[in-house]
Design a protein around this ligand. Sequence first.
Ligand SMILES: NC(=O)c1ccc[n+]([C@@H]2O[C@H](COP(=O)([O-])OP(=O)(O)OC[C@H]3O[C@@H](n4cnc5c(N)ncnc54)[C@H](OP(=O)(O)O)[C@@H]3O)[C@@H](O)[C@H]2O)c1
Length: 249
Amino acid sequence: MYTVVITGATKGIGRSLSIAYASQCVQLVLIARDEQLLKALSEECRVKGAKAQYYLLDLSNTEEAIRASSEIAEEYDVDLLISNAGITGIADEGEVEPWTQIESILSLNCTGAIAITHSILIDMQNREAGHVAYISSIAAYHGMPLTPAYCASKSAIKAYAEAIRGGLASKSVMITLVTPGFVETDMSDQFPSKKPFMVSSDEAARIIKKGLDRKKRIISFPLTLTIGMKCLVFLPAFVSDLILSKLKY
Ligand SMILES: NC(=O)c1ccc[n+]([C@@H]2O[C@H](COP(=O)([O-])OP(=O)(O)OC[C@H]3O[C@@H](n4cnc5c(N)ncnc54)[C@H](OP(=O)(O)O)[C@@H]3O)[C@@H](O)[C@H]2O)c1
């Protein structure tokens, strides 16, 4: 059995990834907060031949996330963990985001996303096997005025994945950083500006799974947006600020 753990499994990219991985010889552990959706998704995955368990968890509660990581590591030899759950929040123009918004984004997208991998990574290190993918965003490459806390959280995850990748490689544990552009989901519905090169969540899952199957260190798509965001870093700050303000990002 190939064991795959997916957080944020009930909707969007996580749901499409769960369906994409559901097949015979796969044991899925699906994590999210909505029990009805988790039950229905587990059943859908079983119909496709997979074994599917679900785990009800609010990842923004760090203690619960740490406990869950340790329980899952004890129960399963995890082959692949996809730390995908995330939320966003928009800042009103010229306003600082409310603290409650900043705190919930950072506690889920940053602390929770790392906490759920913690004991599972230690177990993988001891077994000298396993693969963890962190779903960041192209927003990690340069901050955007519309989503400051979100960009900060995605930047943190990117830095964490890049930082642990080298050390864990010597223990045969693979780390993949995923930085998608716009994907059609409830999250991107909240983004009020243009969403060029947007792909469906099924297409995003197909690209991510293909990259993970090939054990890629970085999966970034679409190429044009990735290059654009990376270029912002090399421009003088007043030019990149101007470009982002013209694009209403
Ligand atoms: N959509 C995009 O354009 C885009 C682009 C780049 C990167 N991403 C990243 O891709 C990932 C998935 O995004 P998406 O667009 O698929 O989002 P989505 O459709 O809004 O789904 C978010 C998932 O996260 C779960 N979740 C939310 N809060 C949670 C919490 N406190 N504890 C546990 N699970 C929680 C939700 O399930 P429950 O409500 O059942 O808990 C849901 O399954 C995120 O990390 C996002 O930053 C998205």
